[in-house]
Design a protein around this ligand. Structure first.
Ligand code: SAH
Ligand code: SF4
Ligand code: F3S
Length: 469
C-alpha cells in the first residue's frame, strides 16, 4: 500500500497536516519520561485525545493541556517531575493573565504511586491519572473542564486497550518506520528494589487477536520494525488462534507472517522467563533481530538473592550459552544496579567478572535508589553514596569499552540497515543496525523504510558510519 494514500479514517487530517477546524482545536503537549512503555502510552493518549478533538503540539507554550507522563523508578526520575511542574505552573499563571486556560495533568508511574499527594505538593495540577485508566482521559478532562480536580488511579476492571482508539494511519506514518507495541503490562516478580509491581500492577497479557490486529495496522501503514513491549515481556502468554496456550516465542512466529514486517524485537525480558520456544524463535526466525536485552542486575549470588531475582549468576551464564548456541551472532544488552544494600567490594567484583564473561554490546547501569514501599528500602547496610559513585564509574568504564569494541568489531563488515530518516547533512540517511545502533549512511542510500546492505567504515560516539555495499 502506498504511504501517501489517505484512508477514510484520516478524516480531519490532510496529508498529515491538521485540517482547518471550524473552532480552533485545543492543543495537547505531552512530555514523556521513563521507559519505552511510557513512550507507547504517550502515543496512545495522544490518539485518545486526537479522537476527542485535540491536536498534538511540540510547543509547550501553545498547549491548552500539558501532560507529564512520568517515571518513578529512581528517586531522581520522580523529583524531576516536581521541578518540571514548578516551571509549568509559572506558564499556567502567565497564560491565565491573558485570559486563557492551561490544564496540567500528571500521568504515568508517579501518578500511580503518589496520587493525590501530587496535587497537595503542586496545587496547579488539575488531574492525576494512572497508567491503567488512560482510556478514561476524555471523560476525566470533561470533568476537569467543569472545574473538578481529579485523581484517577483505581485499576480499571475493563481492558483499557479495547477502549483506546487506534492511531490514524497518517499518525502512524508520521511516527516512522519503527514502532512499539505493548503486549504485556505489570509485574508479579517483586524484585526487592523495584516499584514497577506497585505502579503498573500485576502481570496482564493482551490477547493474541488484539496484538495481531495492531501489528497488521502498523505494517499496513508502512512500519517495518516492531518492538513488543512489556515490563516482563517474555512472561507474555495467551490463548493462541489454535486454541492452545501460546508463549512469546509462538507469538513471534505468528507476527513474523505479517507482510511488510521485516524486523521484530522484544523488551524487557527476565532471565527466568526465557523458555525453549523463545530460544527456538531466535534460532528459526530471521526477522527476530539478533539483539537481546536481558537484565541481570548483579553478578553476586548473595545480592541476587537479596534482590529476589530468583536465579544465580551461573544460571544466567548457562542461559546465555543456550541462547548463543541458537543464534551465534546475538548481541547482548543488560541492566545493572550497583550499591544494593549489603553489597561488598567482593559482591561488586563478581558483577565486574560477570560483565567480563558476557561481553555486552550495550548496557544500562544505575546506582541503587531506595524506593519508598519496597523491601530494599528497609534493608540494613545501605552503601554510602561515594562508594556507589565509585563502583558505578568502574562498571561504566568496562561496559563502555565493551560497547566500543563491539562497534569496532563491525568495521569492514556488510550489514543490513533499516533506513529510518534523513541525516543532518544533505544526502545523508540514518538507519538502524540489527543491534540497534544508529547507522549513518552517506550517498543515495535508499528510501525511508528500505532495508539495504551497507559496509561499516568507522564507528562514531554512539553510532556507525557506513557506505553502500
Ligand atoms: N523488568 C525489567 C526491569 C524494569 S526497570 C527487569 O526485570 O529486568 C529497568 C531497570 O531499572 C532495572 O533493570 C534496574 O536495573 C533499574 N532499577 C529498577 N529499580 C531501581 C532502583 N530502585 N534503583 C536503581 N535502579 C533501579
Ligand atoms: Fe521490577 Fe523485577 Fe518486575 Fe523487572 S522483574 S519490573 S526489576 S520487579
Ligand atoms: Fe519508569 Fe514506570 Fe517505566 S517507573 S521505567 S515509567 S514502568
Amino acid at each position: 500500500m502506498d504511504l501517501n494514500t489517505i484512508e477514510s479514517d484520516d478524516i480531519g487530517t490532510v496529508a498529515g497536516q491538521p485540517a482547518v477546524r471550524t473552532t480552533a482545536a485545543k492543543k495537547v503537549f505531552i512530555k514523556t519520561y521513563g521507559c519505552q512503555m511510557n513512550v507507547y502510552d504517550s502515543q496512545r493518549m495522544t490518539d485518545a485525545l486526537v479522537a476527542d478533538g485535540y491536536t498534538a503540539t511540540d510547543a509547550i507554550g501553545e498547549a491548552d493541556l500539558v501532560l507529564l507522563n512520568t517515571c518513578h523508578i529512581r528517586e531522581k526520575a520522580a523529583e524531576k517531575v516536581y521541578s518540571e511542574l514548578g516551571r509549568i505552573r509559572d506558564m499556567k499563571v502567565e497564560r491565565a493573565s491573558t485570559g486563557r486556560e492551561m490544564l496540567i495533568g500528571v500521568a504515568g508511574c508517579v501518578a500511580q504511586a503518589e496520587g493525590a499527594e501530587i496535587i497537595r505538593r503542586s496545587p496547579a495540577v488539575d488531574l492525576v491519572i494512572g497508567p491503567q485508566t488512560y482510556h478514561r482521559l476524555p471523560d476525566v478532562l470533561a470533568r476537569v473542564r467543569g472545574g473538578e480536580k481529579i485523581v484517577e488511579t483505581e485499576y480499571a476492571i475493563e481492558d483499557k486497550f479495547e477502549h483506546l482508539p487506534q492511531p490514524k494511519r497518517a499518525e502512524v506514518i508520521k511516527r516512522g518506520v519503527t514502532a512499539f507495541l505493548t503486549v504485556q503490562e505489570g509485574c508479579d516478580k517483586f524484585c526487592t528494589f523495584c516499584v514497577v509491581p506497585y505502579t503498573r500492577g500485576s502481570e496482564v497479557s493482551r490477547p493474541v487477536a488484539q496484538i495481531v490486529a495492531e501489528a497488521e495496522r502498523l505494517a499496513e501503514a508502512g512500519v517495518r520494525e516492531v518492538t513488543l513491549l512489556g515490563q516482563n515481556v517474555n512472561a507474555w502468554h495467551g490463548e493462541g488462534e489454535n486454541g492452545q496456550e501460546w508463549g512469546l516465542g509462538r507469538l513471534l512466529f505468528r507476527l513474523s507472517e505479517i507482510p511488510g514486517l521485516a524486523r521484530l524485537r522484544y523488551t524487557t525480558s527476565h532471565p527466568r522467563d526465557m523458555d525453549d520456544e523463545l530460544i527456538a524463535a531466535h534460532r528459526d526466525l530471521p526477522s527476530l533481530m539478533p539483539y537481546l536485552h536481558l537484565p541481570v542486575q548483579s553478578g553476586s549470588d548473595r545480592i541476587l538473592k537479596a534482590m529476589n531475582r530468583r536465579h544465580t549468576a551461573r544460571d544466567y551464564l548457562a542461559l546465555l550459552d543456550r541462547i548463543r548456541a541458537a543464534r551465534p551472532d546475538i548481541a547482548l544488552s543488560g541492566d545493572f544496579i550497583v550499591g544494593f544494600p549489603g553489597e561488598t567490594e567482593t559482591d561488586f567484583e563478581a558483577t565486574m567478572e560477570l560483565v567480563r564473561q558476557v561481553n555486552y554490546a550495550s548496557a544500562f547501569s544505575f546506582k541503587y535508589s531506595p524506593r519508598p514501599g519496597t523491601p530494599g528500602a528497609d534493608m540494613p547496610d545501605h552503601v554510602p553514596e561515594a562508594v556507589k559513585d565509585e563502583r558505578l564509574q568502574r562498571l561504566q568504564a568496562l561496559l563502555l569499552k565493551q560497547q566500543q569494541d563491539f562497534g569496532l568489531s563491525l568495521v569492514g563488515s556488510t550489514i543490513d540497515t533499516l533506513i529510518e530518516k534523513p541525516g543532518r547533512q544533505a544526502g545523508q540517511k540514518v538507519g538502524r543496525s540489527p543491534w540497534l545502533q544508529p547507522v549513518i549512511v552517506d550517498e543515495m542510500a535508499g528510501e525511508i523504510g528500505d532495508i539495504i546492505k551497507v559496509r561499516i567504515t568507522k564507528t562514531g560516539h554512539n553510532s556507525l558510519f557506513a557506505e553502500l555495499a
